[in-house]
Design a protein around this ligand. Structure first.
Ligand SMILES: Nc1ncnc2c1ncn2[C@@H]1O[C@H](COP(=O)(O)OP(=O)(O)OP(=O)(O)O)[C@@H](O)[C@H]1O
Ligand SMILES: [Mg+2]
Length: 254
């Protein structure tokens, strides 16, 4: 089986505080993995280690079989030069809690930026593909609007289209709906549900237990920098073996 993402022994400390205590994870192509866990358990740090925005203190991540951040040089691992690291990172699309759209560009301008600047696409092609993606997230009608003219849910849908425009192998989501007003959560989850149905490989940090139950192929629960439970959503969410996971879930499901 070819793996989209494989992480082995990921440890990360900030000062003397160990946030990630040796995490292993494998995600297959087409798989949707949801990561749950209490605030401060290290979920965002783990995502940032996966795409090498943070360098783990030990452990390695492979994306599509290539080790992130390093190359093999005469049997020794050498850090990649920044340009090649950026190219590697572009294989991972990232959507954060706070939509970080360019305020001075239109919706369309936001989506074509990466493909034109980083991948050298010509404007006409970048725009045609951007319009397809905006169609897919239900935002084609707002292509010429500016971010300040959009609701939070609309901005987040544009942020998803902008990530997809780089044709990443894997999409990483870090609580994409937790900054939204409750009535706007559904439209973003619907876009994510459609992506999952279409076979996009996704790692989703979320507090939306209903989404995890319905959409995830597998759920991981992180507590205090460790993966304490992993399995099918039905099993993990309804019948977790680990008592700390049970306590966490009983709180969020209450
Ligand atoms: N750059 C940093 N420097 C120092 N400490 C950090 C840094 N980034 C994260 N931490 C600490 O690491 C711990 C884990 O943080 P992280 O953001 O990964 O948690 P999380 O599970 O994503 O939480 P939340 O659900 O609130 O987003 C926290 O105690 C946080 O304060
Ligand atoms: Mg977080």
């Amino acid at each position: 089986m070819s793996l989209a993402v494989k992480a082995v022994g990921i440890r990360k400390s900030f000062g003397s505080y160990e946030v990630l205590k040796g995490l292993d994870l494998e995600v297959a192509y087409g798989e949707v993995l949801c990561i749950l866990g209490p605030s401060g358990s290290g979920k965002s740090t783990f995502l940032r280690c996966i795409n090498h925005l943070e360098t783990p203190n030990s452990g390695y991540v492979w994306v599509d079989g290539a080790i992130m951040g390093y190359e093999l040089n005469r049997d020794a691992l050498q850090e990649l030069p920044i340009k090649r690291l950026r190219a590697q990172q572009s294989q991972l699309g990232m959507v954060f809690q706070h939509f970080n759209l360019f305020a001075h560009r239109t919706v369309l301008g936001n989506v074509i930026e990466g493909p034109m600047v980083v991948r050298g696409l010509r404007r006409a092609e970048a725009e045609a593909r951007a319009m397809d993606l905006l169609e897919q997230v239900g935002m084609a009608g707002k292509a010429l609007s500016y971010p300040s003219q959009l609701s939070g849910g609309q901005k987040q849908r544009v942020a998803i289209a902008r990530s997809l425009a780089m044709e990443p192998r894997v999409m990483l989501f870090d609580e994409p709906t937790s900054a939204l007003d409750p009535e706007l959560v559904g439209e973003v989850l619907e876009v994510m549900r459609n992506l999952a149905r279409g076979g996009t490989t996704m790692i989703v940090v979320t507090h939306e237990i209903g989404f995890a139950r319905e959409v995830a192929d597998r759920v991981v629960v992180m507590i205090d920098g460790e993966i304490r439970e992993t399995g099918a959503p039905g099993q993990v969410l309804s019948n977790p073996g680990d008592p700390r996971v049970r306590t966490f879930l009983s709180r969020v499901l209450a």
